[in-house]
Design a protein around this ligand. Structure first.
Ligand code: FES
Ligand code: FES
Length: 1021
């Protein structure tokens, strides 16, 4: 049938199928700003304006647009510079999104921009609440909505012509002040080129601290590091350009689909694919009988994989509801789905293990009984044990005997989904040299290539992995999830194949955060000194052991190090960490931003709160008394290093005390006023303890029966994996003085491409816009272990600094000859090379000299970087909540996080990371949980019932950075990406504890859980 409509101001006439969605039709015609995030109208990524009204195009038939006007972001503005053709540039809303840092992965950005456009068309002067309400139909998993809301308000002001709207609002780090101006550059200053990587800049103390944005303490002699530079990829993302994996088309491309297991555990007794294969348009149907059986891990990690090899592309056994049964490649998605329906499968069902507590019980069904299972470490598949960790520092039992008090507690954290708005998506094809190209939304392109070579029976050199823009990953895409099966289909058919998960598949046949049951036992002296600490974990890895060992090892490595339990007379740490990571017949767990650490800190910081309360100690002072200090050795560093040999690491920078001070001020903590608000009907024995004088909230104005309280949590993370994570970068000078920076690092939306460009620009004396960043392609970019472990700014940044330093030296050499001065006297700045007497040549002139005139050669270099240290960032997280004791509803009113993440390279991207991370962590605290029925079927595999926060549900969020200069890095940086996930849940739970006097030891704090806990306290149960 024909669809006649107006698209972006032009009349269109398209041939469409009667059942084709408007989303599919638009994308088929190259309108790629309209994204797929679900199929149910719940994420808003597919938003278009239908006759000016925001509408989800995935739930609208294309035929319904007949006779209507459809507007997409493609209609809104152009790149400002289009050669001789002049354009008006970006639309003010797009411009504001770029300037305010409202774009992270950018997958939701076109929908947010379009929705904002519709709002401002009908209401040019919206309030913040109206903006949040308007944006609430579009889910963003990255930003926490702070900067998108700022962007819309800024654009509205500009569109109204208000004089103060000439610059973006404060970038949020300081909240009320603009970014500090870049220092004036003077060519007579000492060289801005970097000193030795082992040394800090200048001679200032490396641990002196200062809160951004007032001053950058360790005054890096740099113009761009520390500046709120807009993201280098912002313009294409705000325009909805085809930058993502699914925005790529090839002639003859087939659609791949998977048949998933409907049972939790069993064997495929009989499978008949003959009808599916006979269906016209079907090109391949693969089962376990068709593909090589190669035991491997899906975890994208360095070689050797620190875990069991227990996964097969297709297997006769299925181990969870959603496990793979068969794969189909067909001409269209509809034919592929029909083919899946025609596959006949008979299962021999086995008893399933759905509770990790039952997994190792005698007689429990064995989930991995395959003879070709490849074990790792202390795993024991016969007991469903995927990994085991046992670490002991000092004489723990003796230390417990000496303690005045021993506190024990059990805490439980749920399985939650990363929920990137872009689902898994991958395209595979043979190129003209018969090399297999895998274009995939992955965090780990080099690991994908290495790991898939044996699975596919191809040498590494015949595989090329291209990573386009990624629509959010959060650890979910540190997994080889679709690439193997998509490649098998290309090998089987010889045709390009595209596979993309539906949202339901993304939830039920993907990875998630490990659920854990955590027991803590802590020995404390009367005055609050911690002398012994023990953590025992039962961790559920689900059906496969990808990341089993390393995630849970990280839980102990970070959570058990914050308070090193060394306050006894011997000054030694007395710590025991024991973990059993067990298989169950549930979807596999995996990497999720924070990588095991949020679980540990929920338990630890809840436990610390209880100890402080029961000992009558101020919770902040108690923590500060016991927290690790700069100069101490990281207690777990000699005991654990993700499968590598561990060695001692000294904590060189730690500003946690300053973070706590600043955070307490922000939230209004501890200034001696009345406390956690009574309000309400609990009264009597339920009244919060008078010992807990921790806040000075204003007089309550909340209706009874609401209680209000504040909570705190201290957290630490790591920065990359020491002696393991390696990144490399290459830099090449072009004729015009610009540079190509090629990195294997993968920008997930974090802004890493931008901060790498800032670092390079400072060393090369140019502007970040002169650095053309490309990441990543295993054929062209140097190796990088990928985006995980909060490592890119530190590791890949080190590599960029190294490459830039080498390129700078080559430029100085050529320029020195041109200027007749020694190379070492040449200073690079302002796109020029300067002689001491003030003469200069441009970088373009240097490039032309070396490429075309004298001693011709290409100025370029490669740098590699690896660190023996993993310097921890630290943070203090505060929360304020209101609890309705009648319904159990917890409303988080404020979150404030103050972080020591070393030098902040880009306050815009760093604060965006923190805001987005806190938003994800808020879901972990309050509402997110994957729920299964007694058959192991996921009950909430959609955004609606799973629920991630929307723009109008967010609390007030404040972010501050307390800078330190980490001396193990050329630019003094530490990690920022993961630590925001660690503290929100315990801070919120502690705030509920403060408000109600009831400690709840499991998350999420759903109304039912809170109501039950309060009811239990009151003797209702
Ligand atoms: S609402 Fe349409 S893709 Fe999610
Ligand atoms: S920027 Fe919104 S989903 Fe990534």
């Amino acid at each position: 049938m024909r669809l006649e409509f107006i698209l972006n101001g032009r009349s269109e006439s398209w041939e469409i199928a009667a059942n084709e969605s408007l989303l599919a039709a638009l994308r088929r015609h190259g309108v790629f700003s309209v994204k797929h995030g679900c199929e149910t109208g719940e994420c808003g990524a597919c938003a278009v304006l239908l006759d000016g009204v925001p509408t989800t195009s995935c739930t609208l038939l294309a035929a319904q647009a007949h006779g209507h006007t459809v507007t997409t972001v493609e209609a809104l503005g152009a790149y400002p510079e289009q050669g001789w053709r002049h354009t008006a540039g970006l639309h003010p809303i797009q411009q504001a999104f770029v300037e305010t840092g409202a774009i992270q992965c950018g997958y939701c950005t076109p929908a947010l921009v379009l929705t904002a456009y519709a709002l401002l068309q009908r209401n040019p002067n919206p309030t913040e609440a109206e903006v949040r309400q308007a944006l609430s139909g579009v889910l963003c998993r990255c930003t926490g909505y702070v900067k998108p809301v700022e962007a819309v308000l800024l654009a509205a002001a500009r569109m109204r012509g208000e004089p103060l709207a000439g610059r973006p609002p404060a970038w949020g780090v300081g909240g009320d002040q603009p970014s500090p101006p870049a220092p004036e550059y003077s060519p007579t200053l000492p060289s801005p080129n970097l000193p030795s990587p082992a040394l800090p800049f200048g001679s200032l103390a490396t641990t002196q601290t200062q809160v951004l944005p007032e001053v950058v303490v360790a005054p890096v002699q740099a113009r761009h590091v520390g500046a709120a530079v807009p993201k280098v990829d912002a313009v294409k993302l705000v325009q909805g350009k085809p930058a993502f994996a699914a925005d790529f088309e090839l002639r003859g491309m087939l659609v791949g689909k998977l048949l998933h297991s409907p049972i939790a555990h069993g064997y495929i007794k009989r499978i008949d694919v003959s009808k599916a294969r006979a269906l016209p348009g079907v090109h391949a149907v693969l089962t376990y009988q068709d593909v090589p059986r190669v035991a491997h891990s899906t975890a994208g990690q360095s070689d050797p994989i620190p875990g069991p090899l227990d996964f097969f592309s297709l297997d006769r056994k299925v181990r969870f509801v959603g496990d793979r049964v068969a794969a189909v490649a067909a001409e269209t998605e509809e034919i592929a789905r029909r083919a899946l329906e025609l596959i006949e499968v008979e299962y021999e069902e086995l008893p399933a293990v759905l509770d990790p507590r039952a997994s190792m019980a005698p007689g429990a069904p064995v989930i991995h009984d395959e003879p070709d299972y490849v074990p790792f470490g202390e795993c024991d598949p016969q007991r469903n044990l995927a990994a085991r960790i046992h670490i002991q520092l000092g004489d723990v039992d003796e230390a417990f005997k000496r303690a005045d008090h021993v506190f024990e507690g059990e805490y439980e954290v749920p399985r939650v989904q990363q929920a990137p708005i872009e689902p898994y998506v991958c395209i595979t094809y043979w190129d003209e040299d018969d090399r297999l190209v895998i274009r995939t939304s992955t965090q780990v392109p080099f690991h994908v290539r290495r790991m898939l070579a044996p699975v596919l029976g191809l040498p590494v050199k015949r595989i090329r992995v291209i990573k386009p823009r990624i629509g959010g990953g959060f650890g979910n895409k540190q997994e080889v999830m679709l690439e193997d099966i998509c490649a098998h289909l290309t090998i089987a058919t010889g045709r390009p194949v595209k596979m993309e998960y539906t949202r339901e598949e993304q939830f039920s046949a993907s990875t998630s955060r490990h659920s854990m049951i955590i027991r803590l036992r802590t020995g404390v002296m009367n005055d609050g000194r911690i002398v012994a600490n023990e953590m025992r974990i039962l961790s559920d890895t689900g059906a496969y052991g990808n990341h089993a060992l390393t995630v849970t090892g990280n839980t102990g490595h970070k959570a058990m190090s914050l308070y090193p339990a060394n306050k006894g007379p011997d000054g030694q740490s007395h710590i025991r960490f024991v973990a059993d990571i067990v298989y169950t017949n549930l979807p596999p767990a995996g990497a999720f931003r924070g990588y095991g650490v949020p679980q540990g800190f929920f338990a630890l910081e809840s436990h610390m709160e209880r100890i402080a309360r029961e000992l009558g100690l101020d919770p902040l002072q108690f923590r500060l008394m016991n927290v690790i200090q700069a100069g101490e050795e990281h207690p777990m560093s000699r005991a654990w290093s993700e499968g590598r040999e561990a060695h001692g690491e000294i904590i060189r920078t730690c500003a946690i005390a300053e973070c706590a001070r600043v955070g307490a001020e922000l939230i209004g903590w501890g200034s001696g006023g009345p406390v956690d608000q009574e309000i309400g009907k609990l009264g009597g024995e339920d009244t919060p303890s008078p010992l807990y004088q921790s806040t000075n909230l204003p007089a309550p104005n909340l209706p009874s029966p609401i209680l209000r309280g504040q909570g705190v949590a201290f957290v630490m993370q790591g920065t990359a994996i020491p002696n393991l994570d390696m990144g490399a970068a290459s830099i090449k000078l072009n004729d015009d003085g610009s540079f190509n920076l090629l990195v294997g690092a993968t920008d997930l939306g974090t802004g890493s491409d931008t901060v790498l460009a800032q670092m390079a620009a400072d060393i090369l004396g140019c502007e970040p816009e002169d650095i053309i960043v490309y990441s990543s392609d295993t054929d062209f970019t140097p190796f990088d272990k990928g985006a995980y472990a909060s490592s890119t700014t530190y590791i890949s940044g080190g590599a960029v600094a190294e490459a830039a330093r080498k390129v700078a030296a080559q430029i100085q050499q050529v320029a020195g000859q041109m200027l007749g001065v020694p190379a070492e006297e040449v200073v690079l700045a302002e796109r020029r090379a300067w002689a001491p007497d003030g003469r200069s040549v441009t970088l373009a002139e240097v490039a032309l000299e070396s490429l075309h005139h004298t001693n011709q050669h290409q100025i370029m270099a490669v740098g590699s970087w690896m660190s023996p240290d993993s310097p921890p960032p630290f943070a203090a997280q505060f929360a304020q909540v209101a609890v309705d004791v009648e319904t159990g509803q917890v409303t988080v009113e404020k979150l404030a996080m103050v972080l020591d993440c070393g030098v902040i390279v880009n306050p815009l991207t760093a604060s965006g990371q923190v805001e987005g991370g806190m938003a994800q962590a808020l879901g972990y605290a309050i509402c997110e949980e994957m729920a299964f029925d007694r058959h192991g079927r996921l009950l909430n595999p959609r955004f609606g019932p799973y629920h991630i926060f929307t723009a109008d549900e967010m609390p007030e969020m404040q972010v501050r950075f307390v800078e330190t200069f980490e001396p193990t890095h050329p630019f003094g940086v530490k990690a920022v990406a993961e630590i925001p996930l660690d503290g929100v849940a315990p801070a919120v739970a502690n705030a509920v504890y403060a408000a109600t006097g009831v400690q709840i030891t499991a998350i999420p704090l759903t109304p039912e859980r809170v109501w039950r806990a309060l009811g239990h306290k009151k003797g209702r149960w």
